[in-house]
Each structure stands twice: as C-alpha cells, then as structure tokens.
Design a protein around this ligand. Structure first.
Ligand code: NDP
Length: 332
C-alpha cells in the first residue's frame, strides 16, 4: 500500500517537494489488532503544526515516516474481539491506503446511520470542536450576538448554525469568497456575512453587527481577532480555536494591536483543545444527529479523489479551496 511521508520540514508555505508517496508492505494483524483499508482520509489545519519540529500539544511528524491523521476505513482482517471484516472504523492512521493497528485505537462507526465521511467532519472532531467551543468555552447563551471567522469551513459553518439553533440574537460570519458568503447567508441562515478580502475586517464587522458582539469564535487570528476585540461588548467572550492566518507565517503577527481594550471591556479570551471536551461527546452526537435528521443543520464536504492527491488536498485546504470539511476519498 502507499503512504505519505514528510521528507522535509516546511518553512512558511509547505511545498509538494516536502512530501513523498511511498510503497510500504501491508501487515497482517497480530493478536488484538486489525487490518484496515482506508476509505476516507482527513486533512486538517493542525497538521501544519505537526510538520514543524517544535514541542506542542501533539508531537511533530517524524521525517521519512508515514504521517498520521483521522481516517475512516473498512476492516479487512481482524485478530481482535468484537471486530469483523466489513466493519467500518474511525482511527488515527490516515495518510495511507492500509493501516494495521491495535483495535483499542479504533472506534467502530455505523455506515448506515450516517455517511462515513461525516465521522471526520460534522459528526467528528471538527463538529465537537464547534459544539464545545461555542457552548462551553465561549459560554454561549441565548440572545448572544456571535461572530465566527473561517465560517464556511468545517468548524466555522457549524459554529454559526449551532448559535442560530440555540437562539443567538445575531450570527455573523467571515469567509474568503463571495460564493462562501452566499452559502453563509443562504443555506446556513447567518444574519450577515462578508468576504475578508473586500476591506478592513474591523469596518466590515461593524457594518455586519452595528450593535456589537457578545461572542467571537476565532479560527483565524490576527486582523480578525483585532476586529472582534473592537466590536465585543462589555463581558464579551472569545473562544480561540485556531489562528490559521499565522500557520504559514514566517514573521509573528502585529495584530491584535488593541489588546488593552480587554481591560475596560472585561473580556475573556480562552484557548481550547477539542481533546479536553470528550465528556460532551454523547450530548453533541445526540443533538447534532437530531438537527441533521430534521434538516435544521446543513453541512458541506469537499472531496478530493485519490491517495496521490492528498497533499494537494491539504495545501488546497490551507488556501481555502474547501467548503466545509476537506476529505480525501480512496473509495473510487
Ligand atoms: P476549515 O475547513 O475551516 O479549512 C481552513 C480554512 O481556513 C480555509 O478553507 C480558508 O477558508 C481559511 N483560511 C486559510 N487561510 C486563511 C487566512 N489567512 N485568513 C482567513 N481564513 C483563512 O478548517 P477546520 O474547520 O478544520 O479548522 C478551522 C480552525 O479550527 C483552524 O484554525 C484549526 O486549526 C482550528 N481547529 C482547532 C481545534 C482545537 O482543538 N483547538 C480542533 C479543530 C480545528 P477561506 O476561503 O474562508 O479563507
């Protein structure tokens, strides 16, 4: 089977030359283990951080070894109790066609209950991030006016819609194209949205939320965070989920320049990691599945075909080529 290796640590924007698709033997499972053929691979922003050789909340990818990441696959052979050929599983050995792993590191998922790709997106890690980030980290309450950046992405699209479903007084989103802005105010039901390329974020946010915001869900950082600090009301809250505008930067960002406003406005700015919120998973799954069944919650996925295109899919996601979750399909 083929697998993607990181061959050089990118400085700034990763280049295709930093990766290699290599052939590796398919290993039969030993006791307690399963052999999985991957059907869908996840490419996520946090993977950019793992390409750097720095200590962080996840260890860096090792050079000339297969990269890891979320994947959904089908069991081909099993030496583990409770796992049989044909079962679908979610696990962490993505970026490859075949994975042999300890069954304790795989979660069975139902391909009948929901499309398998959704376990990497709306019903998976990004979905829980949106749910926990808004409801727990940002302490969202009914009547709050909410602003979310990266709003047409996997996490952001859900944040805005969950806020709407939970009774936000106003939901505003920003994204990188006119088409994405139309999706937000159309299908997703945001009250207002803007393309951050169209002018200063601070000005566009003031126009979209003239009375200010109570919650900012940050996926982007930099100028977006500065604009949000300017628009937040007294006792406003910020959930810092990510700062994707900085992941490929070679210089630290100058913004936010208005951090001193945090004092007078008594703002709370809190970072988050989805792994701290697994206790919310049952509630999240029940509530989000219900909204999906009733049609109140919409989601998009951008699917790129073929293991050979996985790096392009990753780089494309960093450049905004995706609407909703970016997925690599090996199912063709
Ligand atoms: P997305 O599906 O949102 O894909 C990334 C998007 O980022 C792109 O589509 C692009 O959309 C946008 N983007 C890229 N560069 C910039 C930029 N310079 N300024 C503004 N937008 C940019 O990814 P996810 O939903 O998976 O992740 C969203 C955020 O959440 C990321 O910051 C990620 O790191 C974070 N995250 C954090 C977790 C945690 O536990 N803390 C867990 C999961 C995700 P556009 O066309 O709009 O520019």
């Amino acid at each position: 089977g083929r697998e993607w290796h990181l061959t050089a640590r990118p400085k700034g924007w990763p280049a295709p030359e930093d990766f290699a698709l290599r052939e590796a033997p398919v290993r039969a499972p030993g006791p307690g283990r399963i052999l999985v053929r991957n059907l869908y691979l996840s490419v996520d922003p946090y993977m950019r951080g793992r390409m750097n050789d720095v200590k962080s909340y996840v260890p860096p990818y090792r050079l000339d070894e297969p990269m890891e990441g979320g994947a959904v696959g089908v069991v081909l052979a099993s030496e583990a109790e409770g796992y049989a050929p044909g079962d679908h599983v979610l696990h962490g050995l993505g970026w490859r066609e075949y994975a042999t792993l300890d069954a304790r590191h795989a979660a069975k998922v139902s391909a009948e209950a929901a499309p398998p790709t959704t376990y990497l997106g709306v019903l998976g890690m990004p979905g829980l991030t949106a749910y926990a980030g808004l409801l727990e980290v940002a302490s969202f309450k009914e009547g709050d006016a909410v602003f979310v950046s990266g709003a047409a992405g996997a996490v952001g699209g859900l944040v805005g819609q969950i806020a709407r479903l939970k009774g936000a007084s106003r939901v505003v989103g920003s994204a990188g194209s006119a088409e994405k802005v139309r999706l937000l105010t159309g299908e997703y039901g945001f009250d207002a949205a803007f393309d951050y390329h169209d002018g200063p974020v601070a000005r566009q946010l003031k126009e979209a939320a003239p009375e200010g915001i109570d919650v900012y869900f940050d996926n982007v950082g930099g100028e977006h965070l500065e604009a949000a600090i300017g628009s937040l009301k007294v006792h406003g809250r910020v959930a810092v989920c990510g700062m994707i505008s900085q992941y490929n930067a070679t210089e630290p960002s100058a913004a936010p320049r208005n951090l001193a406003l945090v004092v007078g406005k008594r703002l709370r700015i809190q970072g988050m990691l989805v792994k701290d919120h697994s206790d919310l998973r049952p509630r999240f799954t029940e509530e989000v599945s219900g909204w999906l069944r009733s049609g109140e919650l919409k989601y998009h996925e951008t699917v790129v075909e073929g293991i050979g295109n996985a790096v392009d899919a990753f780089l494309g996601m960093l450049r905004g080529r995706n609407t909703g979750k970016m997925i690599v399909s090996l199912d063709g």
